[in-house]
Design a protein around this ligand. Structure first.
Ligand code: ARG
Ligand code: ZN
Length: 474
């Protein structure tokens, strides 16, 4: 099969060079037995993974299993040198495939150690390997690149995200699709992979990435190399390589989970609170949502006024402010909802933000503050004219993904569900949901089905009113 396909591809190339057949005519998939064999079954992978709201995010034709990112960064020059080694498996016969990558300069691409040709157009890096790739085969792409990474600045809603240079290093938070600003990848949460990071910075600078350190940092010739490993699959927007001057505290949560907290010296006073609260909250969520899905927890406060925090896997990143318990509860709840269980399409972002916001309410209730019921009632009392009611959270809009409705009305949906099915079933549902889809991808439909299955109730009207109608549910 393999050599046959190769031969056919070779003949097709020959035929097209000799001009005997129209090269642009796609072969017929449904050829009859007595027809000549198709010229080639190898085709380019799609430029998008198939999320209709973000047509060029992610790519088709392959699935990444691992990223090995080797990065050298010099804060004073803002120059990054990178080698990204990507292990993937083909999901179709591939003549070429795309990676998402923006800015910088690519100097070399190899596929299975053989030099490949490449072309760049906007954020698409198209790689044509010297030999086509068979469906289901594993292959390794290596991209060598350098330059000054440029973050994405979205004046409308998203602020600045991706790789953001800071005076002492970089603040790296990439939701929704900013990981392409610092490494070539399949930039969509539908394709999760494990990561190894090797980050070299000037001695004195600390490099923080997801997961845990592998060995101790090594210093030679004025440069320090940090090796981090994220062993659990991760969406690309959750990958970080946050660098700079940091005060660190390492240890364990009271329940024994490895914990790493880091703060920019400007937030020195916050280090112990961040460490203590993150540990306590991680442990509490483990009792409410099910076992902690990763090998470590923690958090980072950097001195960049992003205007948001991001639930980077194992190490939420707080952009230029001392986080309060509520936002720590939110970002750590995302470790289950968003990170371990990732969405398949951005329109279902309420599965992340609605759950993390509801977790803020649960934390308040747990601490003897306002109950979730009281917060729900207060939110539900918003007048019918409040924009939250015109925006159905079950269908997040691409131009306004992080609308308040996705957060607050998403959380209200969960509270309405809790009231409809009772506490026992509701909390069993949360644990079953996280266990069934740990390290996977999820959809709203799957959540509704599980809720109906565990409760034995028809919940379509409830979900429809809360998630999909452009008006205030009664
Ligand atoms: N997921 C983050 C949170 O709710 C928000 C990220 C917003 N992204 C952005 N580029 N502004 O905690
Ligand atoms: Zn959130």
């Amino acid at each position: 099969m393999r050599s046959y396909k190769r031969w056919v591809a070779l003949m097709a190339a020959l035929v097209s060079v000799l001009g005997c057949a129209p090269a642009d005519k796609p072969p017929l998939a449904d050829h009859r037995l007595d027809d000549p064999p198709p010229l080639t079954e190898y085709r380019p992978g799609a430029a998008g993974i198939g999320d209709p709201d973000f047509p060029t995010d992610g790519n088709g034709g392959y699935d990444v299993s691992h990223y090995d990112l080797d990065i050298d960064y010099v804060p004073v020059t803002k120059q990054l040198h990178g080698v990204a080694t990507i292990k993937a498996a083909a999901t179709q016969d591939l003549s070429s495939f795309n990676l998402d990558f923006s800015g910088m300069t690519v100097s070399k691409v190899t596929v299975n150690n053989a030099t490949a040709t490449f072309r760049r157009q906007g954020s698409e890096l198209t790689v044509t390997p010297s030999e086509p790739i068979d469906v289901k085969s594993r292959f390794t792409v290596k991209v060598t690149y350098a330059g000054q990474p440029q973050p994405i600045r979205d004046s409308a809603n998203l602020g600045t995200f991706g790789f953001v240079a800071t005076p002492d290093g970089a603040f790296v938070a990439s939701e929704p699709d900013g990981s392409k600003t610092w490494f070539p990848n399949n930039d969509h949460p539908a394709d999760k992979a494990t990561y190894d990071f090797t980050i070299t910075v000037p001695a004195g600078v600390t490099a923080l990435a997801n997961g845990e350190l592998v060995g101790r940092p090594t210093t030679a010739q004025g440069k320090t190399t940090f090796r981090w490993r994220e062993r659990q699959p991760m969406a690309s927007y959750l990958a970080t390589a946050t660098m700079g001057m940091f005060d660190l505290r390492e240890g364990r949560t009271p329940a024994g989970i490895t914990e790493i907290a880091a703060v920019d010296p400007k937030f020195k006073k916050s280090l112990n609170t961040l460490f203590k609260l993150s540990g306590e909250i991680t442990d509490y969520w483990s009792t409410v949502f099910g076992p902690y899905p990763f090998s470590s927890t923690g958090g980072i406060v950097d001195d960049f006024a992003a205007g948001y925090a991001l639930e980077n896997q194992t190490k939420p990143l707080y952009g230029g402010f001392e986080p309060d318990p509520s936002i720590i509860a939110h970002e750590l709840a995302h470790q289950w909802f968003g990170d371990s269980l990732s969405i398949k399409r951005w329109s279902e972002l309420w599965l992340n933000e609605g759950f993390a916001t509801y977790a803020e309410w649960l934390w308040s209730e747990h601490k003897g503050g306002k109950t979730a019921e009281a917060i729900f009632n207060q939110e539900h009392a918003r007048p019918a004219s409040d924009p939250i009611w015109a925006y159905p959270p079950g269908r997040a809009r691409p131009e306004d993904l992080f609308n308040a409705s996705v957060y607050a009305r998403g959380a209200m949906t969960l509270h309405a569900l809790r009231k409809a099915i009772g506490d026992a079933t509701f909390f069993k549902l949360l644990k079953t949901w996280t266990a069934d889809h740990r390290n996977g991808n999820v959809t709203t439909e799957e959540f509704i089905r599980l809720a109906e299955q565990l409760s034995g109730k028809n919940l379509r009207p409830l979900f429809d009113a809360w998630l999909f109608q452009p008006q205030r549910p009664a």
